[in-house]
Design a binder for this molecule. Structure first.
Ligand code: HEC
Length: 207
């Protein structure tokens, strides 16, 4: 029995049959073509494992990371001037990369206690208008930074970079009224969030 792979690619092998006068070759695929074909098959699972389940970073993650790092440098400068205020956290909510970063920090560090959607668990529900430590964005930022260590809420200041602290605070700020399924019963006092004075922020930017 002669296997067609024994032949060299230059031996054209014509099949016996003819349809409407059309005959066809049954030649082996060129080795270079087969090599690429098998390489892609080997490559695909490696790519998926590495980038989607392993340590590889997809472009979008790398972009968010780069934006976070750039923001980090800005933040460090602002921090040095003591300029973190409510309006600045509100500003972050318009920054898609910071908000993506904030959501990622929340999912990896906070969701175990507060739920993926902030619906609450070991920790309180962060989506309702009842607060133990204040409803304002600066209250959230302060609690996240300093924690309530005797009640099981860590001081994240030591574990997160300044931009991450701000981004995750902005993320928590954005959860208000999001009404997730299975919410934890309210804790603390019902309090409204007072929006920052937009006029004051605008005047500051102009000067
Ligand atoms: C180990 C569990 C745990 C983790 C992890 C955790 N928290 Fe908490 N968190 C708590 C508990 C418990 C409280 C309530 C503290 C109290 O009773 O005073 C709390 C309170 C809070 C509050 C104040 C809520 C209010 O009603 O005033 C905020 C905001 C908050 N956490 C945000 C976060 C963020 C952001 C992260 C992630 C960076 C995080 N928490 C991670 C357990 C946790």
């Amino acid at each position: 029995m002669s296997d067609h792979t024994d032949r060299t690619p230059s031996d054209d092998h014509l099949l016996e049959h003819a349809y409407d006068g059309i005959q066809e070759y049954d030649n082996p695929l060129p080795r270079w073509w087969l090599a690429i074909f098998w390489a892609t098959i080997v490559f695909t699972p490696l790519y998926i494992l590495f980038f989607h389940f392993g340590p590889g970073m997809l472009d979008i993650d790398r972009y968010d990371r780069a934006m976070m790092l750039a923001a980090e440098q800005q933040m460090a400068a602002l921090l040095a001037m003591g300029e973190i205020d409510e309006a600045m956290i509100v500003g972050l909510m318009d920054d898609e990369s910071m908000m993506n970063g904030g959501r990622k920090v929340f999912t990896s560090k906070c969701a175990t206690c507060h739920g993926v959607l902030g619906e609450g668990g070991i920790g309180p529900n962060l989506t309702d208008s009842y607060w133990l430590h204040g409803a304002q964005l600066m209250d959230i930022y302060r609690v996240v930074r300093e924690g309530v260590t005797d009640k099981g809420m860590l001081a994240w200041e030591r574990q997160l970079r300044p931009a991450e602290l701000l981004a995750v605070s902005a993320h928590v700020g954005s959860l208000l009224g999001s009404d997730p399924p299975n919410p934890k019963a309210p804790q603390g006092v019902e309090s409204a969030r007072v929006p920052p004075e937009p006029a004051a922020a605008a005047v500051e930017e102009e000067s």
